[in-house]
Ligand binder design. Structure first.
Ligand SMILES: [Zn+2]
Length: 221
């Protein structure tokens, strides 16, 4: 039986609790291997945006360039899946990317007379839908006279490639007292809503199973 037969869409899943960050749904009659596949995909198989490459134009902070790039990569970014493509699936098929698969964010701290912390709100994005989920994530501390100036390029990626692209911080499957009934709990990093993660996760598992079936049928021929 197909995965789609079990999970049509979110309306066929019973929502137990839901807020902006966290959502729990009841999976009824979904075989354990499918439920577990969905749990894993929700954790690290749904694409979200993260900074992938950084051009350091100026960095006089005490943090090495690599450290600064790493910190920028770990800032969770709000993601719009409807408008952007993963680079491997984008029509441009170019290393440089295009406006459908890449977003530039710039940060120019200037210098200051006092010691201060550069926060994520200083990252300015060329696309308003792709920006840090919070304005208060510390990036680097600057002493008087120090400054950083960087150009960051963000793209969609998956947590299976690097943890900075994880779509959820928590994705768990718990048993209930009824047979054949489990609870999937997903807590988002903030890049997507937990609802979007579960919906995209259902699509992803369906597609993977479809591809797998296709592969098997080709082997048989
Ligand atoms: Zn592109």
């Amino acid at each position: 039986m197909d995965f789609e037969d079990f999970v049509q869409d979110l309306s066929s899943l019973e929502v137990i609790s839901k807020d902006n960050q966290k959502m729990a749904v009841k999976l009824k009659g979904v075989p354990l291997q499918y439920a577990n596949a969905l749990r894993r995909v929700c954790l690290n198989g749904v694409p979200v945006f993260a900074v992938d490459t950084v051009d350091i134009i100026e960095n006089t902070s005490v943090l090495a360039d690599e450290g600064l790039a790493h910190r920028l990569g770990l800032v969770p970014l709000k993601t719009d899946l409807s408008r952007f493509n993963e680079p491997s699936k984008c029509e441009c098929q170019s290393e440089a990317g295009c406006s459908n698969c890449k977003v530039m964010l710039v940060l120019d701290s200037g210098d200051s007379d006092v010691t201060r912390t550069v926060l994520s709100n200083e990252l300015s994005s060329e696309d308003d839908s792709i920006k840090p989920i919070s304005e208060k994530i510390p990036i680097v501390q600057l002493a008087p006279g120090q400054k950083i100036k960087v150009e960051c390029y963000a793209r969609l990626g998956r947590g299976t490639e690097h943890a900075k692209w994880n779509s959820a911080t928590i994705s768990t499957l718990t048993e209930t007292d009824k047979d054949d009934e489990r609870v999937l709990t997903v807590e988002s990093t903030g890049a997507l809503s937990p609802e979007q993660i579960i919906l995209a996760g259902v699509d992803e598992v369906s597609n993977k199973l479809g591809e797998f079936k296709e592969m098997v049928s080709q082997i048989q021929e």
